[in-house]
Write a protein that binds this ligand. Structure first.
Ligand code: MN
Length: 508
């Protein structure tokens, strides 16, 4: 490798598997397809689309994702069982680049208490299932679950076994987020030194953030020679989540001097993909979130502001433009016409069909009439669904009237279903409670509210309100997220509730 030739670190995104299976992050199938397309545009090398043996719905989603993704590899996660591998292969085999991803725990605690098998049995399972998977797929990844708590000699033996059986990617997860960066680096170095022929395979890591070290651990492994990092957008995932894609990618890019490596990610799309995923799963990012948080590029103290004005590099190691943060300048008012609206959208990178323009312009005017100034943030919020697949609207909010006094309220709600308007009135502890009860009554459902949040999209007292509602189905506990946007937070809340209801009804 010459000095200026950078090695490539592959980005394996598991937002749709590890992320999606974490609490409250379920996505509708159309949302999964939107995320998969966004990940492909972002330039990830591998998209882990799901765990097909988990359910019929999961199988169907992985199969549909495999059909839309053209450039990236699409991986299906499978337990070390023949029937899982068959199901996984059936789901991804029509992908342009399919991968079977098998996992088996190798740590003593998992072998003894979870799997109740001894080391020899584990080795035999790794060998036979990798060989079986290779009769179906060219591209097989094997993960040694809880690798960071597995004795090194045994881990190397497991790795040799999978490699000899034909796996082309070997993944060493820090499943429980326990390792330190030094330990992760040492583990990868040990594997490289003790698994003959390992250089013909990709060495991967999958780090969890229980102690806040997922990104550092992933990067330490990469420095020690790992060639693939598994991560998720915004770091969503089991418990404290996974290594965050945006952190890993921007660290590799910003500290090219340290890592001597590059990824295939188009970093200018990072912000938009982050917003897409955050919006779909209904999880707001903390303002101080690395790279994509609202304050990540805000300089508040006078000394810092002075420095940045003199030379940005005094306090800025990355520029907002590097990750595609839109400038939130004020720009349009209620007198702006359709032409000005469209010109601005094009400048912001949107390109709407005439039909879309006709659909969104009146909604823009409505906001402009209620607000003095419309910001780029408002436009992004308004258009957040423009390129997304529509979730079928079984119900839509037609009208509402709410009266409230202290801790009691009454709501009259009208919903449109197939062109017919249905109205009901309910009382509750407050206006939102009464409204939500009336919607449940109208749809005949007893969906449970598991989370409800209201945020302002932009600044000022006339800011747009964005409501997020998470509803659970009492039958299977499935949770879906609905969003609503309006200058009136009550209206936004009711729209969000109806949207979550529509998604849950289609999951059944
Ligand atoms: Mn995981």
């Amino acid at each position: 490798m010459s000095e200026n030739e950078k090695r490539r670190i592959k980005i394996f995104d598991t937002t749709l598997r590890d992320g999606e299976q974490s609490p409250g992050c379920s996505m509708h199938i159309n949302e999964k397809l939107d995320v998969a397309e966004a990940l492909e545009a972002l330039g990830v090398d591998v998209i882990e689309a799901g765990f097909p043996a988990a359910s019929e719905g999961e199988f169907k989603a992985v199969k549909e994702i495999a059909a839309v993704v053209k450039r990236a590899t699409v991986a299906a996660l499978c337990r070390c069982r023949k029937e899982d591998i068959d199901k996984g292969w059936a789901a991804v085999k029509d992908a342009a680049h399919p991968r079977i991803h098998i996992f088996l725990a190798t740590s003593p605690i998992h072998l003894e208490y979870k799997l109740r098998i001894d080391e020899d049995t584990a080795i035999e399972m790794i060998r036979s299932h990798t060989e079986y998977a290779r009769t179906l797929a060219e591209d097989v990844e094997f993960s040694f679950e809880d690798a960071s708590r597995t004795p090194r000699e045994f881990l190397a033996k497991a790795a040799r076994t999978a490699l000899e059986a034909g796996a082309s990617t070997l993944n060493f997860p820090d499943t429980v987020g326990y390792a330190t960066p030094e330990e992760m680096g040492a583990m990868i170095s040990y594997i490289r030194g003790n698994v003959p022929g390992i250089d013909r395979a990709d060495i991967s890591v999958h780090c969890h953030n229980d102690l806040g070290m997922a990104t550092a651990n992933s990067l330490a492994a990469a420095e020690a020679g790992a060639t693939q990092i598994e991560c998720t957008v915004n770091g969503i995932g089991e418990r404290a989540g996974n290594a965050a894609l945006e952190e890993v990618v921007m660290a590799v890019r910003t500290r090219g001097d340290v890592f001597g490596a590059e990824t295939g990610i188009d970093t200018r799309l990072i912000y938009r993909v982050s917003q897409l995923v955050s919006g779909i799963v209904g999880i707001k990012l903390p303002p101080n979130k690395a790279v994509v948080g609202k304050n990540a590029f805000v300089h508040e103290s006078g000394i810092h502001q002075h420095g940045v004005l003199a030379n940005k590099a005094t306090y800025e190691i990355m520029s907002p433009a590097d990750i595609g943060v839109p400038e939130n300048t004020l720009f349009l008012g209620k007198h702006s016409g359709k032409h000005a609206f469209n010109e601005l959208l094009e400048e912001m990178g949107y390109s709407l069909t005439p039909e879309q323009l006709d659909a969104y312009f009146p909604r823009y005017k409505e906001i402009a009439d209620r607000k003095k100034e419309v910001t780029r943030g408002d436009i992004d919020a308004l258009l957040s669904g423009v390129y997304r697949r529509k979730v079928k609207r079984i119900y839509s909010l037609k009208d509402y009237e709410v009266t409230a006094y202290k801790n009691s309220a009454s709501a009259r709600i009208s919903l449109d279903a197939d062109g017919k308007v249905h109205t009901d009135r309910m009382t509750g502890d407050g206006p939102v409670d009464a409204g939500f009860k009336a919607i449940n009554s109208l749809t005949g459902q007893n969906f449970k509210l598991v989370d409800y949040q209201v945020h302002s999209v932009s600044e000022g007292k006339d800011a747009l309100g964005e409501a997020t509602v998470k509803l659970a189905s009492p039958e299977d506990g499935k949770v879906m997220t609905g969003k609503g946007i309006s200058t009136d937070v009550l209206e936004a809340s009711l729209i969000a509730y109806v949207n979550a209801t529509n998604k849950l009804l289609q999951e059944e």
